[in-house]
Ligand binder design. Sequence first.
Ligand SMILES: N[C@@H](CCC(=O)N[C@@H](CS)C(=O)NCC(=O)O)C(=O)O
Length: 176
Amino acid sequence: MATKELWAAPVCPYAQRAWISVTETGAPFEYKVVDLHDKAPDFVALYRRVVADESANAKVPVLVDGDLEITESPVVAEYVLRTYGGSLDILPADPGAMAKAKLWAELFGSNVAILKSDTKAKLAEAEQQMARALAQVLDALLRSQGSQDGGDYFLGGKYSIAEVLTTSLLQRALSY
Ligand SMILES: N[C@@H](CCC(=O)N[C@@H](CS)C(=O)NCC(=O)O)C(=O)O
């Protein structure tokens, strides 16, 4: 049987995007846990092969589906949903809705990050920036690009890739 592996780390919100897509679809991928502080040599070699850079810092997630080896969480999530999620309808069929959902996820990801800093002052500044992004930029974007028809999700009544790509980051943002 062709190899089906998802290399991920539970701590990582990007890996979690891939894990959510695999879990939603029930696709039969073996979950390979990566210790980010002590990466297995076969994982490092795999990542470096995928990005064609022999000195790259190996990152999760990486997905292997037979001959296909891919990384970058939005790429992995979309591939899994498109390939294994047919009846779930998580990828909007309408190209405009798909583009809006991906734009939302992209801007969400660039505004909501894992905050790391060497000083408390810099951390506080980063927290303030993220709070502003959540309360102003992302809120305005949700109102302008999100469904105008109400509903609990970005596209209205329908759970979509917009949530697959943002839930793990939002969950962490809410813990600040
Ligand atoms: N842009 C990447 C980001 C992936 C990423 O930054 N993963 C982190 C963990 S959250 C990682 O593996 N870092 C490598 C390290 O910690 O050495 C994606 O969306 O997949």
